[in-house]
Design a protein around this ligand. Structure first.
Ligand code: CAA
Length: 248
């Protein structure tokens, strides 16, 4: 059994927690959940993982929207846990507003956390993966990066961008045993989605063919497959998981 170190950015959020749990249960993986420096729920989150019997889960504080903070975090993970073999670029935020009302700060917050973060983290782990001849990178994109969404020029641009990044990098590293893919969830039952105004969310859910939100574990199962040994021939792909909301 090969020991793999998996780093999940935003690893203590809705989808992030489910991905950590799933990867920690996959043979051989050691999981590192990234969170923001000083994240107040860090210890409680780790304690909950221990309670589930997951001893192989660690935490790493770092602001992935900031290059230097990210670099310092990755060096610390390498020293304390080991070099990163699996990277799940999952951290993200929303600042929904129609463009006419969208502030520059709301644009920048989403581009920094959802798109620049993918550069910041991947840049700090990719050489190690190619040198060792094995790696998996999965970017959390979104159905709204594929179809666009009213009120989300910032988020849709960032989520489309992370898959452009994946397609380009996939070509650069596949001959070194590293795959780079994106996953595009639809609306998942997380705090992020629950923060949408109820009347707006009800209308959105009514328009999803499956008629319900996704569960975080359903997204995690797909991420686990893409990061497994068996998925070595899948690269540059963007896999939709949206209950039929948008079919490409
Ligand atoms: N298409 C066309 N018109 C729309 C529309 C749509 N999808 N949604 C709203 N409108 C119209 C409204 O009917 C309204 O028209 P009138 O002025 O004629 O009444 C007008 O646009 C303004 O709409 P709101 O009253 O909703 O405007 P607001 O400023 O109060 O709110 C908003 C705007 C914050 C963007 C709100 O509409 C909203 O929250 N939308 C949901 C955005 C969304 O889906 N976010 C996903 C977050 S979760 C996530 O992103 C995870 C993921 O990956 C999927």
């Amino acid at each position: 059994m090969t020991r793999r170190v998996a780093l999940i950015t935003g690893g203590m959020g809705g989808i992030g927690t489910a991905v950590c749990r799933k990867l920690a249960k996959s043979n051989g993986n050691v999981v590192v959940a990234n969170c923001l420096p000083g994240y107040p729920q860090k210890d409680a989150w780790l304690a909950a993982m221990r309670k589930e019997g997951l001893e192989n889960v660690h935490a790493a504080e770092g602001d992935v929207s900031d290059f230097d903070s990210t670099a310092a975090m990755v060096r610390q993970v390498e020293a304390e846990v080991g070099p990163v073999d699996i990277l799940v670029n999952n951290a993200g935020v929303v600042r929904d507003n129609m463009l006419k009302k969208l502030a520059l700060s709301e644009w920048m917050a989403v581009i920094n956390s959802n798109l620049n973060s993918v550069f910041n983290v991947t840049k700090n782990v990719i050489d190690g993966m190619t040198e060792r001849g094995w790696g998996r990178v999965v970017n959390m994109s979104s159905v709204n990066g594929q179809k666009g969404q009213f009120g989300q020029t910032n988020y849709s641009a960032a989520k489309a961008g992370v898959h452009g990044f994946a397609k380009a990098l996939a070509q650069e590293v596949i001959r070194k045993g590293v795959t780079v893919n994106s996953v595009s969830p639809g609306y998942v039952e997380t705090d992020m989605v629950k923060s949408i105004r109820k009347d707006v969310l009800d209308k959105l859910v009514a328009g999803i063919p499956i008629g319900r939100l996704a569960q975080p574990a359903e997204i995690a199962a797909l991420v686990a497959f893409l990061t497994s040994e068996e998925a070595g021939y899948i690269t540059g792909a963007n896999i939709a998981i949206n209950g039929g909301m948008y079919m490409v």
